[in-house]
Design a protein around this ligand. Sequence first.
Ligand SMILES: [Mg+2]
Length: 278
Amino acid sequence: MNTKPLRRLLACDLDGTMFPAAPDPTHAEALAAFIALRAADTGLAVAYVTGRHLVSAVEAMAYWSLPKPDLLSCDVGTAVYLSDMTASSGWRRDEDYAVHMHEAMGGVTAHDIETLLDGVPNLVLQEADRQSEFKTSYTLPRDTSGAAAVTEVRRRLSTTGAGFSIVHSTGVYEDDDLLDILPPGVTKASAVAYMSVCATVASTFTLFAGDSRNDLDPLLASDGGIVVANARPALLDALRSAPESVYLAKQPHLYGVVEGTLYFSAKSRQSRTLKGDG
Ligand SMILES: [Mg+2]
């Protein structure tokens, strides 16, 4: 009988996944269920993976009373943070991951991207605090003019000869769509893969929970994907022929995360029992 606990990683998007867009009376109860789940499963490491920058992520975690995760990824997978109680935010940037991002940029800077995309019709650069060393963020209309802007962005970026990641998503709060330009090959899935094998985790099974289109890559790349019931139509469309490793939760937000985690735990127990080592 194998009694060694499995070290697993549960990585969760924040907005629309760990909490709703507006205060919700069921959040406190769902939060209690999540905290209980984490306490009962000592082999489970938790990471939050968000498009927010560090200060904004820390603010949201405090506002929604979320427990501190083991690891944190901000800026759509382009930054990983490690817990550090000596830092004022409680987090310090993982410099090894930053080196990976530098290498992935291949000598192109965020400023170069901004210059290259300057003047694309209907493409609006987001505020300075939404930009980072490895992520350039825009808004664009959610209509055909927005689609035309994305086509033009692709054309201009192709002139660099590097395959910069273009993540087009629908925000929880904004009326416009969001467009993030990330280093070639980088998405939220890159940060999840990195965190799953980092020193503090050593995960043998990785779960990812999300609600929107920019969660698609990690949902498909993880051993188990959890789609909360309030997921955006664009994500559900992209998951029409989802593999068996993706679970569509019946409950929204944090309740859906708990439901999905319990689903994969039960499935894993079942398969270990079938193999005769449970
Ligand atoms: Mg989200």
